[in-house]
Write a protein that binds this ligand. Structure first.
Ligand code: FES
Length: 234
């Protein structure tokens, strides 16, 4: 049987189910904790750290931390907001993200977080790492310059035998996402769309549908990321 425990977020008291992940508990209460690598129902990877919160004075990833009784969670503080902004900046300088020419512009979670945290000039130097674009699969284009290594595609897009279509190759600076060329040939339409939707940036693109939604009608043209959750709280 589930145990109900008390906890606070930014000083306000709530009740929730013990063991639930903090990002999901917060969302239920109408409080936005940003995520990039997390996807509800998929085993958390805890790789991007954009969901960082302070729990009883210590930094934790909200997507991998289960709720416990009497947790004091800090979410909306200048310190945490600046950490999240720094993470967004790091992701921008580590890859090559040219939003105006990206098919995912307006529907991209990284770009939306850049706006949300008012990123102007990143505090870190650009890496300008050169990575390939792989357009060899019949259904997908893999624009490796935009990968943020969230592993959503690796964890979520699998064939009927449970084999992942995506994997990481290389190490350190040379780490790159790759699509299994043999499996890609038989990839279903459903999996191709699922892969594109799972990607929070413009790295995995369905061929022949780029720029299908006009400017002004894209996901983040009218609401900023997390706004819907905040509305629930009012
Ligand atoms: Fe929690 Fe990425 S969303 S670490």
């Amino acid at each position: 049987m589930s145990e109900i425990v008390k906890f606070t977020i930014d000083g306000k008291e709530y009740e929730g189910v013990k063991g639930q992940l903090l990002v999901e508990v917060a969302a239920e209460k109408g409080i936005y904790i940003p995520v990039l690598c997390h996807w509800k129902g998929v085993k958390p990877a805890g790789s991007c750290r954009i969901c960082s919160v302070k729990v009883n004075g210590r930094f934790m990833a909200g997507c991998t931390t289960p709720l416990e009784a009497d947790m004091k969670i800090e979410n909306d503080t200048p310190e945490i907001l600046d950490i999240r902004k720094a993470i967004v900046e790091m992701l921008f300088v580590e890859g090559n993200h040219f939003c105006p020419s990206c098919e995912k512009s307006g529907n991209c979670d990284l770009q939306a977080l850049g706006y949300r945290y008012q990123m102007m000039v990143p505090r870190f130097p650009y890496e300008f790492e050169r990575r390939d674009i792989d357009a060899s699969s019949p259904k997908l284009i893999i624009e490796k310059n935009r990968c943020i290594f969230c592993k959503r595609c690796v964890r979520m897009i699998k064939d009927e035998q449970g084999k992942s279509y995506f994997a990481f190759k290389g190490r350190g600076k040379h780490l790159q996402i790759s699509l299994d060329k043999k499996l890609a040939v038989t990839m279903s339409e459903e999996n191709a769309h699922k892969a594109m939707d799972a990607c929070p940036v413009g790295c995995i693109l369905r061929k022949e549908v780029g720029f299908a939604v006009p400017i002004g009608k894209r996901k983040y043209d009218h609401v900023s990321i997390g706004t819907d959750i905040e509305k629930l709280n009012k």
